[in-house]
Design a protein around this ligand. Structure first.
Ligand code: ADP
Length: 526
């Protein structure tokens, strides 16, 4: 029989499974949430990059237009350049200054600047720009990070050696309008290693800094102004694991745990009820089986009783004859009466055994010698076995082992085993119609074996032998061995069945040997 799982073990297992499922669900939903936030950062960065690329392309166009004007005449047409420059400054506020410079003028020479727009603008610092711009191929525009907050876009005019160049100062903070930056992200615009603009987050600062930030870095598509946009945002745990989801899961967990607990309790209660029903059923079966067995015993007992009754009748008739004689032989009459008393007592003992056997009385445990019990069973079955031409051999231990049992119960078990053995050998050849009952003391155990020379027990039957209602007999009830097992269990003993190598079956009963002396228990009345 499989052991039922303890309810607490069941609930721990269920809770563990539940927690694992919840953890997996949370992990998956957190991953999905992070992926979608990452995708949002990426999409925003792409949108911003496209916008910045368009704007830097405009710078190139304006610079090209101005340089074309410078090259148009010598000296350059100042009025036209000023007009174009002024409109550029007006319509593109991120272009904060436009200068036309002579790169050959000596450093610190005020004449280096030929034109300044707006007029009041501070002169550009050419000390750093002069040589790189001179080295710049004519016709190509390049950006230089000369001052914080922006950059200067420079392009030389041809032909040389005039060495004229237009410098256009760009305010990086206006490349993207303040409201165009997402409030939830930090952004940086860089050229090379230098940060030319940094945007701070405007939404409430996100506390959970230990979660890795979501970050995207994209290069702006421009040959002259190699800007990079870096967009990043921290992530809150609550974003990954939404409060609603968490609460719902916790709620469900609690309901689930209580549900399982309740189910386990109900299952335990049902199992207890089933056990109670089974043991009641078992008690009823035991009684039914005894009553049933009584029918079989009746024929044997009737035979047993005929013997003492016939003896009683014959001896009483002889006594009557002796009494009628003159003078009556009183000694002989007394001997006849004594013999009558013995026969009457024997008949009484047989009847008492029937009474005890069929009454559903509680077991009365006494110290009993197993040999005596075996002999009683042998007496009970003797007539039946004789009729069926079956030999019963008793091999009883010399020390007559003592056990503490209800005699009737043990007799019932042995009677069942002998009856099964008789059924097993019934169809065998006459020399194999043999049953042996052996008793022995083996350490602390008293062992009784019932062996037969029948066909043995097939393996599939052996596995189910002690199951209630399992029978291979047309008329069988399949209760005998199951009852034997429960009775022996009640005696704290064991019962096992096996096939003998030489053929036939062997049933072995092991009972705890009675400790001696056992002063508290009454001796069995033999
Ligand atoms: P029943 O005798 O009513 O069938 P039991 O529980 O006493 O019920 O026995 C169950 C089955 O075990 C029997 O039907 C028989 O197949 C098998 N069995 C019991 N004893 C023996 C034996 N000595 N030899 C072979 N088979 C046996």
């Amino acid at each position: 029989m499989t052991k039922p799982t303890a309810p607490w073990r069941l609930s721990i297992l269920t809770v563990a499974i539940w927690l694992a499922v919840m953890a997996a669900f949370l992990a998956v939903s957190a991953k999905l949430a992070r992926d979608s936030a990452g995708a949002e950062v990426e999409a925003t960065a792409r949108g911003l990059t496209r916008m910045i690329a368009q704007r830097v392309a405009q710078h190139d166009a304006h610079l090209t237009a101005l340089v074309a004007l410078v090259q148009a005449a010598s000296p350059p047409p100042e009025a036209a350049i000023r007009q174009v420059g002024a409109s550029i400054l007006r319509f593109y506020p991120r272009i904060t200054q436009i200068d036309l410079v002579d790169l050959h003028a000596a450093p610190g020479d005020g004449d280096a600047r030929l034109l300044a727009m707006p007029r009041e603008a501070a002169p550009p610092d050419l000390t750093l720009l002069r040589s790189p711009v001179l080295a710049q191929p004519p016709g190509e525009a390049r950006a230089y990070v000369a001052a914080p907050g922006g950059y200067v876009l420079a392009k030389r005019a041809v032909p040389d050696p005039a060495a004229l160049a237009i410098l256009m100062r760009i305010d990086a903070s206006r490349l993207v309008d303040a409201e165009e930056w997402p409030g939830w992200a930090e952004a940086r615009l860089t050229i090379g290693e230098r940060v030319i603009f940094a945007h701070r987050m405007t939404t409430a600062p996100l506390a959970t800094e230990w979660l890795p930030r979501l970050k995207t870095e994209i290069a702006i598509d421009s040959a002259s102004q190699p800007l990079r946009l870096v967009l990043e945002r921290p992530q809150k745990l609550t974003e990954l694991v939404g409060g609603g989801t968490l609460l719902a899961m916790l709620g469900l967990s609690v309901i689930g745990v209580f549900g399982v607990q309740l189910a386990a309790q109900r299952a335990a209660a049902r199992a207890a009820e089933r056990r109670a029903r089974l043991s009641e059923h078992e008690a009823r079966l035991a009684h039914a089986s005894r009553v049933n067995a009584m029918g079989e015993l009746a024929s044997g007992l009737a035979h047993e009783l005929t013997q003492p009754l016939t003896a009683l009748l014959a001896q009483s008739q002889a006594g009557l004859r002796l009494a009628a004689a003159a003078p009556p032989d009183l000694a002989l009459i007394a001997a006849t009466m004594a013999s009558n008393v013995r026969e009457a007592k024997r008949a009484d003992a047989i009847l008492k055994r029937i009474r005890d056997y069929v009454s559903n009385t509680k077991p009365t445990r006494t110290r009993s010698g197993v040999n005596g019990i075996v002999k009683d069973v042998a007496d009970l079955v003797a007539a039946d076995l004789r009729v069926r031409n079956i030999t019963l051999v008793l091999a009883l231990a010399e020390d007559d082992p003592v056990v503490i049992v209800d005699r009737i119960e043990l007799e019932q078990v042995l009677h069942n085993l002998v009856r099964n053995a008789a059924d097993a050998v019934a169809d065998a050849a006459p020399e194999r119609r043999r049953i042996e009952v052996r008793t022995a003391s083996e350490g602390r155990e008293t062992v009784i074996t019932v062996t037969d020379d029948g066909p043995g027990i097939p393996p599939d039957v052996l596995a189910r032998l002690f199951e209630p209602f399992f029978t291979t007999k047309a008329e069988g009830m399949g209760l005998g061995l199951s009852l034997c097992e429960s009775l022996i269990g009640r005696m704290e003993g064991r019962i096992a069945a096996a096939n003998r190598p030489e053929g036939g079956a062997r049933f072995t009963i092991g009972l705890p040997a009675a400790p001696r002396p056992a002063a508290t228990l009454p001796e069995a009345a033999e």
